[in-house]
Write a protein that binds this ligand. Sequence first.
Ligand code: ARG
Length: 449
Amino acid sequence: MWKGRFAQDTSSLVQQFGESISYDWRLYPHDIAGSIAHARAQKQAGLLTDEEFSSIEKGLKEILADIEAGRFEFKASLEDIHMNVEAELTKRIGAAGAKLHTARSRNDQVATDTRLYCRTEIDLLVAAISELQSALLDRAEKYAATVLPGYTHLQRGQPVTVGHHLLAYVEMLERDKGRLSDARKRLNISPLGSGALAGSTINLDRRAIAAELGFDGVTTNSMDAIADRDYIAEVLFATGLCGVHLSRLSEDLILWCTAEFGFVIFSDAHTTGSSLMPQKKNPDVCELTRGKTGRLVGNLMNLLMAVKGLPLTYNRDLQEDKPPLFDSIDTLKLVLAVNTEMIAAMEIREERALAAASDPMLLATDLADWLVKQGVPFRHAHELVGKAVAESVKTGVQLDQLDLTKIDAAYNDDAKQVFNLQRALAARTNPGSPSIENVKAEIARWRKG
Ligand code: ARG
């Protein structure tokens, strides 16, 4: 491709070191779409005859079909997807193929391909996240009224329901979709026409090319367009954070399926056994989800480190942007799919959840609230309940069995009404709180979309 200036062939070690075709081959549909749009603009500008354009378009479409059918041989000696496609086109159609690269560089080409790839994958990810949300909603609905302890510091705090707990993850996933969609809006502009870094003396209609490729507009600074990898960083952040959310869900579920908690049962299809201990049923899907999140976050760091020291504009370091991008997309897609399947099939052990939530200590805050309603200032109420809790811990008498009137005159026999779990939940009616009515209304809201 650059034989004019060079007297020696590239060393085979340098070829091996520098090739990206082993992974960037997957940009082929975008590379070919970009080339067709670019060639059409060349025809419009009078740089290609109608016949030349037709033979380029036909040749590229045949290459596309061959790649799709597994009939195309990618060559590491041709370095990357851009040169593999162009070289093959020229081999097939001759002279017209050699005109395709007019007013274009691999630098604006790779930026275009990668943006198109991100756009396609974001749409798939958003759909996959919606599937997982549906599975969570389905479980939230089934267990909307199943009481469960809510934890802070992994210590029992206050009663919630399984539905409310699962809906928390539906919220997180919605924000993940929002971040991906937001990144999509920003990245959907066309860098084609930025050339190597300074545009071109041959003016093609950039807006027409952009429109053909479904971009919303064109980039407005050729140097920025070539050097920019923000859009990859944004995708890696959004996928990384989605991974972090799923890792937290995994951690909850790993705890829930221990003998100690015993709140959840996964289907046999979504757990694994031990080669040694016959009794084991392990939550490997959750553990791998948690583990793979390290990769997702690492991929973001990988990209940011690759870019941080780069002067404008293109530097070959930028070729290192694609392995982390591809890995994060592939990893998250699989994580989403397997979690969707596992969540859809998981069963909650309602009696265990109820037993854990029936600890009267979970209603200590409600008792303080009751005192407040009798006119006791909250700080003082907190102290009075603290004393009752200390008494319960010391004597081993459950909080709801103590004679509270012996602890302070502010208590009366009505105080006991606090220790009714259903009442306690039903009282949590403020927006965002876990009354069963609220949880059901939230599920209905999510279902409406
Ligand atoms: N394979 C290269 C990449 O992924 C394409 C751009 C190459 N440009 C260059 N000037 N060597 O970044």
